[in-house]
Design a protein around this ligand. Sequence first.
Ligand SMILES: Nc1ncnc2c1ncn2[C@@H]1O[C@H](COP(=O)(O)OP(=O)(O)OP(=O)(O)O)[C@@H](O)[C@H]1O
Length: 319
Amino acid sequence: MTNNTGSDAEATTTLPATGAAQTSVLPSVTDADELHGRRDGQDAGEFIPGFGAAVAPAKQAPLAELEAREISAWFGDHQVLDRVSLTMPAGVITSLIGPSGCGKSTFLRILNRMHEMIPSASLAGEVRLDGVDIYDPSRKLTEARRAIGMVFQKPNPFPAMSIYDNVIAGLRLTGARADRGTKDAIVESCLTKSGLWKEVRDRLRAPGGGLSGGQQQRLCIARSLAITPRVLLMDEPCSALDPTSTRVIEETMVELAQEVTIVIVTHNMQQASRVSTQCAFFLASQGTPGVIVEYGDTEAMFGDPQDPRTADYVNGRFG
Ligand SMILES: Nc1ncnc2c1ncn2[C@@H]1O[C@H](COP(=O)(O)OP(=O)(O)OP(=O)(O)O)[C@@H](O)[C@H]1O
């Protein structure tokens, strides 16, 4: 385990408000964990380092497929996921649905190595980004975070920081160097992609905290896009927003799916059917760990579910 050495002072003060990435103390792998194939982050204590590389303006990487294989997860001895496998195809929006507490957010956090930052958390299984396991001991935590971005339920821009600086905050975290022209191009490109550019282009120096909730969420999406992720994870990104802002974010997601693979957790069945091509239904029945009961084409899952439990859920009969 590598602890933060404080060598990148700027990074330590500008991390997003989630705080998860700031955790530096992690549980160690015990013999029992080894027996169960569990692992809890070999280098998870490592901090965002200075990448030190110069960046080109928002050059998009090719679309990537994300594949979870046999994912199990625990908090202490409490198992919350049991051998969950799911392929999230390149350029597709996959929605994760299911009742509260069935492990959707835990699964999402495992997809970009945030789960391991929670004290007592452990996991087993593989997450493959274009065939490469992000948990392979030779892979850095920062590589996964850079390639697989996350947007949270509650918009969390840096409120006192300008809109402009919010967008490039992610670049600062990676330590990437960019000249003014490059930064300007990244800010415009990312705000355009997140559907916010026209609304803020005349007030880029105004504080991010002065935007409406929906605008703040699109600012957070722009911040995630600035480091050109290949996958964007979204944990109930519209649950704190009004219906109009929700529709704007949904349109943004559909546009973004042309260049970023998207995985969204949502409790809103209409939203799942509006935005996602593929859907996975999670369930943890009577204290057992969460599993995927059914997954596949969203239209088919909503129109003609194969499992009666899926039918009950999508038709609002439980959960
Ligand atoms: N930090 C934590 N420490 C201990 N247990 C946790 C922690 N986070 C989640 N859990 C437990 O893990 C299980 C799965 O939680 P998770 O948040 O992943 O479910 P979810 O399906 O996303 O729920 P919701 O839809 O309500 O957000 C629950 O039993 C929850 O209590």
